[in-house]
Design a protein around this ligand. Structure first.
Ligand code: SF4
Length: 87
């Protein structure tokens, strides 16, 4: 199981993240959020996860095989707004 955190204060809306992991999508405020079912259709066995907003951060927890994609998105984010940790 892993947790993705997006620090909205740090996010610049550059969207390098979504080219690595399509779950990172644009929210109404122009900054990144997480949509577990975003296009393309998630691979079989993907988790809907739990997603909440907490202290200006998006906190999403999943138990599936997409942790590597999330880590690539985190590595691609210029202001390091994304954190991925095993939980
Ligand atoms: S790459 Fe980083 S700064 Fe850009 S939208 Fe994604 S989370 Fe925000």
């Amino acid at each position: 199981m892993y947790r993705i955190t997006i620090d909205k204060d740090a996010c610049d809306g550059i969207f390098a993240c979504l080219t690595r992991d399509p779950r990172f999508v644009e929210d109404d405020d122009g900054l990144a959020t997480v949509d577990p079912a975003a296009d393309p259709v998630p691979p079989e066995g993907s988790d809907d996860g739990t997603i909440r907003e907490e202290d200006g951060k998006i906190v999403a927890e999943f138990d599936d095989d997409r942790a590597d994609e999330a880590r690539e998105a985190a590595a691609a984010c210029p202001p390091n707004a994304i954190t991925v940790e095993d939980i």
